[in-house]
Design a binder for this molecule. Structure first.
Ligand code: NAG
Ligand code: NAG
Ligand code: NAG
Ligand code: NAG
Ligand code: NAG
Ligand code: FE2
Length: 439
């Protein structure tokens, strides 16, 4: 029999023996790319849980491996959950990349390097025809379309991915471990092509802090709104959430609106619109939709479309702004369905012609694509859509888009339920862009 005092000593040591020393987390993970907007650049973002340096070693495919090095920095992100988990978000921007050249890279520091990844620097020619995959509302649980997107990205089918809000469901949950795991899940896409984002309602907890801290979009707005160019397109990403979370700052509606106006003004300067005739927008919550939930877009006077009159001063909506500046295509998500609209403005259809509605359309074209897959499953449609509703699908899936040239843009919808079948497609054709194209 062990003497009592020895037993007590052993017992009091037990927690120490069981817990041991916590692991050291210097190994890079959650690697993802984004395009900072300047031709020849690419941003690499990743996470470590202990503090390390932030370096990317890279080189041209077929050249000497890791011949070049770029350094950046890390920011400490403390999640606001109970555990106040800490992580370091590392950011390094590569510059002077050769357009359309493929690079091999890894990231990390002398305390640990990531796997080897590769990417192709974006072709900065305005006659380049970029191919996108785009979707919203993809979660950590039930991310139906993810495997197909991973494979297609690996097959080289996309130059960039647009994730139109609502990530992970939700990034802050389980003390932001859901966010970590989601970022690991998308690494097999996002470490290879730029992964461009906008915030959705599922990011709102703690004032969007997981979203603002984990992504690295162009501009100085913590990834909330920004624009960039690719091929003949000018792409604007915005936060529809400023219209819904007034507690985080009503002024954000006006700040964003001012910025949008300036950006659209600049993009519409004749010399700019001549080389980048397509203006595309992406934002999470649509202005229109015909789902049977009670979401903003199911209301005739949706906030995103018409603004809010219960703020002081009243907050302007986006429909008129986008119409006035001749936005060509508006990409949305939030509804867990796919819906394509006939060209629409002010709740009315403005087809190019009855036979060819998308040839010289007389109003912007809206696509709602929020069915990538998440724990909330898909939504349902109301049985009596308005006349602007052209095509609807409740299948899980995502959209492909190619901005082919100054006059032609192609969109198609992939059903994951139907094993990758293309269930809808359109060509938008425009001889003229801008406000005057509507008449
Ligand atoms: C590593 O990170 C953990 C978790 O934040 C922390 O408890 C530990 O002190 C850190 N270790 C070092 C060596 O910095
Ligand atoms: C970029 O794309 C244009 C248009 O397709 C093409 O002519 C050009 O060769 C590409 N640039 C490079 C460096 O491949
Ligand atoms: C929420 O975050 C935005 C963006 O950083 C900031 O402008 C705003 O002041 C924040 N709101 C609050 C209530 O902290
Ligand atoms: C728009 O075009 C589509 C396709 O031809 C047609 O079904 C629809 O009725 C048209 N709408 C209007 C208002 O002309
Ligand atoms: C633009 O692309 C379309 C579709 O591929 C093609 O028919 C058209 O000729 C192209 N226009 C120019 C100017 O190359
Ligand atoms: Fe949403």
């Amino acid at each position: 029999m062990v003497p009592l005092h020895t037993a007590c000593l052993l017992l009091s040591l037990a927690p120490l023996l069981v817990l041991g020393v916590p692991p050291i987390w210097t190994q890079p993970e959650q690697v993802h790319l984004s395009y900072p907007g300047a031709p020849g650049s690419m941003a690499v973002t990743w996470t470590t849980f202990n503090e390390t340096e932030s370096k990317v070693e890279y080189g041209l495919l077929g050249g000497r491996l890791f011949e070049m090095i770029a350094k950046g920095g890390a920011t400490l992100f403390v999640d606001s959950g109970k555990e106040k988990r800490k992580m370091y978000i590392h950011r390094v921007t590569l510059t002077d990349l050769k357009p359309a050249a493929t690079y091999v890279y890894h990231c990390g520091s002398d305390e640990g390097w990531s796997e080897v990844f590769s990417f192709t620097a974006l072709n900065d020619s305005t006659s380049f025809s970029p191919r996108f995959a785009l979707y919203g509302d993809m979660g950590n649980e039930n991310p139906q379309s993810l495997a197909r997107l991973q494979k297609e990205t690996q097959l080289g089918m996309y130059d960039a991915i647009l994730h139109i809000g609502d990530f992970a469901y939700d990034m802050h949950e389980d003390n932001a471990r859901i966010g970590d795991e989601f970022m690991r899940q998308i690494q097999s896409i996002a470490a290879y092509v730029p992964y461009m984002t906008c915030p959705g309602n599922h990011e709102s907890t703690y004032n969007f802090s997981n979203y603002r801290n984990r992504f690295t979009m162009p501009g100085q707005t913590e990834s909330l709104w920004y624009s960039w160019n690719l091929g003949s397109a000018h792409i604007i990403s915005l936060s529809t959430e400023v219209y819904f979370y007034l507690d985080f700052g009503q002024e954000l509606i006006f700040k964003q609106y001012e910025w949008l106006m300036k950006d659209l003004e600049e993009a519409n300067k004749p010399e700019n619109r001549a080389v980048r005739p397509w203006i595309l927008t992406m934002g999470h919550r649509p202005m229109y939709c015909s789902d049977d939930d009670q979401d903003d877009c199911t209301q005739f006077d949706s906030y995103v479309r018409l603004g809010r009159s219960d703020t002081e001063p009243p907050a302007p909506g986006l429909e008129d702004l986008f119409y006035r500046y001749g936005v060509d295509v508006e990409l949305w998500a939030h509804e867990h369905t796919y819906e394509r609209l006939w060209p629409v403005y002010g709740d009315k259809v403005y087809n190019g012609s009855k036979e060819q509605p998308y040839v010289n359309p007389k109003a912007p074209v809206h696509i709602i694509t929020g069915s990538a897959g998440c724990r909330e499953k898909t939504d349902r449609f109301n049985p009596n859509p308005k006349e602007w509703s052209a095509f609807r699908s409740m299948d899980y899936g995502y959209t492909r888009m190619q901005v082919v040239n100054a006059t032609h843009l192609y969109l198609e919808q992939v059903s994951d339920d139907q094993y990758g079948k293309v269930i809808d497609s359109i060509w938008v054709e425009k001889e003229k862009h801008g406000f005057s194209a509507w008449f």
